[in-house]
Design a protein around this ligand. Structure first.
Ligand code: ADP
Ligand code: MG
Length: 696
């Protein structure tokens, strides 16, 4: 393996490559757009396109594509060859500035939630110069935004970029008020920790439920699961280590700063964390990371599972979204500073996050909503569906002191009264790293732990950036009218800390009593996706998101429709898979086993005479009863599948989140009982023991 420094970014058209390939005038214009967010000067497009093309061809690329993130949850690309003809039949390698800036994929099959009718199927992709182009599979990939003919966003990148702009604008207003005239740009930074499972490819190919739905719909727990906690941070098996090495190499080539890797709680479960980047680039990179993980796993005869709950009774997978706000001068605004004025700045931004998370709990929940994630949230393995903030005891005491306007005395004997003395440096609380909190302050960033492993980081970060931007807007409006900024600032912080006390919870989020306590505090507990999606189009949320120009109202309504539809479709596929597996696989297999038991019992009787043996009889009876239950239950499930008509989406979602899921749980129970009783050679698919302990 080559050293990371040799490989790093070798397939990326990054700043250093640009510098060596572009004229200095063009390079500085492009650098300005990338670094400061100034508008792209389109006159440089031809030169950039030509340099990109030459560089890519030298690296062996033959095609280019506008790489984008439609609302399907995965990335999309349509490859075009660089080749074109000059009329005399000679192949020319061509790539114009126009082709770089704008593309026109046939968009009719991407979800638009009614934003685009099929007769106006055209969708446009637009170059995002702030995310570097890269080479993948001999193709130059150009990160792009994707929108309709009418300019409405049909993707995840566009609103993310808009939310970053909003946060930048409002943060700058605040910084100017605090007397900072130097900072030019403020950027939200994200480090997503990606969890995943690896299983054997051959075993995977024999599990139709995994193939169709990404999760096991059946399977009883093996004798050994995660109870010994011997997998978490355990030594990495050679096959997995080879996969990780190969993966790192691929990621580094793409300029993705993969850094930390370790085993997770469940057998077969692992995690990868990159170094944090701007939320736009982190989102692009996380999508690419997931794609690479699947490809590299395949090469190593394994399959990488991203579903939030691939195995029942075993820890599911999430994607912790570490989030902070940084200035172009490298200051983290969520880092407590050393001087009183840095303290004030920190406390103001901290207060803004508290208020934003409280006021927009619903949108944060929407930002992590999916059928898969519903299995995780609130199941005592991931944070509950209730949004709250963990600050740790020390910071909580500081806020308490601010609220009461008393002096704060910390264990380290550091004294602080707002604006007077220094804040202590908050060590990450090593004794109480509260894993049960959905939003935890971890020293200089917030860790959002609700996001599911298969989800894009885009939606959650759009909500975070927007909610905080809007809060800062309100703060800036108020402070701009103040004669005495310092006084106004203190009053504002004190008032808002008091007003949003209820969102702070430092206790155990898995505890039943928290659910009741949260209800008393008036916090939302939105357990399922259909419970929370309607909040996307709640009046106050439309007002906030359209006010900041992150979404238009029609974009929000279309996303509401797409997310509801997606939920229904996902569970309908699961229900149909379940029904088909029971009828085509389980019932006939169990019958064959029953037959063999009948045979054995008959033969035994011939040899031993009339003597009764209860073993076969008992099993035959139990299995026959379970078969009967499954057959009947499947008929009922089939009826429900028919009742879901796809016309009234709210009605469908309601039926699905209750009756359909309940029926599936009931059927699974019967099936898992039968699995326990059935001889292994008759069971039609690999079991949990096979799957979870398949890699050595
Ligand atoms: P953990 O112990 O939770 O794994 P780490 O310190 O390893 O915590 O960080 C996890 C992730 O948080 C990494 O992706 C890291 O790059 C990211 N991270 C660290 N600092 C910041 C920050 N200031 N803003 C955003 N993400 C950050
Ligand atoms: Mg973490």
């Amino acid at each position: 393996m080559k050293f990371a420094s040799e490989l790093y970014g070798c397939d990326v058209f990054d700043l250093s490559t640009m510098k060596s390939q572009l004229s200095s005038a063009t390079f500085s214009k492009l650098e300005e757009t990338i670094k400061d967010g100034s508008k792209l000067d389109e006159s440089i497009a031809n030169e950039v396109a030509s340099a990109m093309k030459n560089w890519a061809i030298e690296k062996g690329a033959t095609h280019y594509t506008h790489w984008f993130q439609p609302l399907t949850g995965i990335t999309a690309e349509k490859h075009d060859g660089f080749i074109s003809y000059n009329g005399e039949g000679n192949g020319l390698m061509e790539f114009s500035g126009k082709a770089l800036i704008q593309g026109e994929p046939d968009a009719s099959s991407f979800p638009s939630g009614g934003l685009r009718s099929t007769f106006e199927a055209r969708g446009y992709t637009a170059w995002d110069p702030t995310s570097y182009a890269f080479i993948k599979d001999k193709t130059l990939c150009i990160p792009t935004a994707f929108c309709s003919y009418g300019g409405e966003a049909l993707d995840k990148k566009t609103p993310l970029l808009r939310s970053m702009d909003a946060l930048n604008k409002q943060s700058l207003r605040i910084l100017r008020l605090l007397g900072n005239s130097e900072v030019k740009k403020v950027t939200p930074m994200v480090g997503p920790e990606q969890e995943y499972f690896l299983i054997d490819k051959d075993l995977y190919s024999r599990r139709k439920d995994l193939i169709y739905t990404g999760r096991t719909l059946f399977g009883s727990l093996p004798p050994k699961g995660q109870e010994l906690e011997d997998h978490y941070f355990g030594s990495i098996k050679p096959k997995v280590q080879n996969f990780m090495n190969d993966l790192n190499e691929q990621l580094w080539k793409l300029g993705i700063p993969a850094k930390t890797e370790h085993n997770e709680v469940a057998p077969g479960q692992h995690e990868l964390a990159p170094i944090y980047e701007s939320s736009n680039i982190a989102t692009d990179h996380n999508q690419l990371t997931m794609e690479m993980m699947q490809k590299v796993a395949e090469k190593h005869d394994m399959v990488c599972l991203f579903h939030e709950k691939p195995f029942d009774g075993v820890n599911g997978s999430g994607k912790h979204n570490n989030w902070s706000i940084t200035t172009d001068s490298g200051i983290n605004l969520l880092s407590p500073g050393k001087t009183p004025s840095e303290n004030e700045q920190f406390l103001l931004f901290l207060t803004a996050v508290l208020k934003a998370v409280d006021d927009y709990q619903d949108l944060i929940r929407v930002g992590v909503a999916s059928a898969g994630n519903d299995h995780r949230l609130g199941a005592s393995e991931a944070p509950p569906a209730i949004v709250s903030v963990y600050l740790g005891s020390e910071l909580a005491e500081v806020l308490e002191a601010i609220k009461e306007d008393t002096a704060y005395e910390s264990v380290q004997r550091t004294y602080m009264k707002l604006g007077v003395r220094s804040l202590p440096t908050f060590q990450r609380d090593t004794t109480d790293r509260n894993r049960t909190s959905p939003v935890a302050f971890t020293g200089n960033k917030f860790e959002f732990r609700m996001l599911g492993s298969s989800d894009s980081t885009a939606c959650l970060n759009v909500m975070l950036n927007s909610a905080v931007a809007d809060t800062l807007r309100i703060f800036a409006d108020e402070l701009e009218g103040e004669k005495d900024i310092k006084k106004g600032l203190h009053e504002l912080i004190r008032r808002e800390v008091k007003a949003h006390e209820r969102i702070v919870f430092n206790g155990n989020g898995y505890d039943e009593s928290w659910v009741e306590e949260a209800e008393r505090r008036g916090l939302l507990n939105l357990k399922t996706t259909p419970d929370c999606i309607p909040y996307l189009i709640a009046e106050k949320n439309i007002a906030m998101l359209t006010g900041l120009k992150v979404y238009s109202e029609s974009e929000l309504r279309s996303r509401y429709a797409i997310q509801m539809e997606n939920y229904c479709k996902t569970i309908m596929i699961e229900a149909k898979t379940m029904s088909s597996l029971i009828m085509k696989s389980f019932l006939p297999s169990i019958d064959r086993y029953i037959d063999s038991l009948c045979d054995a019992a008959g033969k035994r009787k011939e040899i031993l005479g009339e003597k009764e043996f209860s073993y076969e009889k008992d099993l035959i009876k139990k299995l026959s009863e379970l078969n009967e239950q499954m057959y009947k239950g499947t008929g009922e499930l089939d009826q429900m599948i028919e009742d879901v008509d796809g016309v009234d989406i709210e009605k469908d979602a309601k039926l699905i989140k209750t009756a359909v899921l309940d029926k599936m749980t009931e059927l699974r129970k019967a099936c898992d009982q039968a699995e326990k009783l059935c001889a292994k050679e008759y069971w039609p698919m690999p079991d949990y023991g096979d799957l979870l302990f398949s890699i050595d």
